[in-house]
Design a protein around this ligand. Sequence first.
Ligand SMILES: [Zn+2]
Length: 93
Amino acid sequence: MKFLQQDGMFDRQRMTDCCGRSSTYCDHALCCKGCYREVEHGQGDGGEYLSPDGKTLIGHNLRYELDLDTKKWISVEITPPTLGSVDVVEWVS
Ligand SMILES: [Zn+2]
């Protein structure tokens, strides 16, 4: 898996496995902008990010955790927060 290393809002975004590029829709399929082959959702489309500790892949509805023994990613279902249950707090430095 490839992730973008860049300061700002796109930091640690997952890129395409093949070329490490972003992706775009062509003929209703998600395609790599490097080689224009079809890729899975989450690759280069801004849907998946790596957590700061590098051990968790965060997606829209799924989270993947790295099993350190098998070196495989295990999917963990996330229950999205319900409307009104999210608290917005002020940043305190
Ligand atoms: Zn590619």
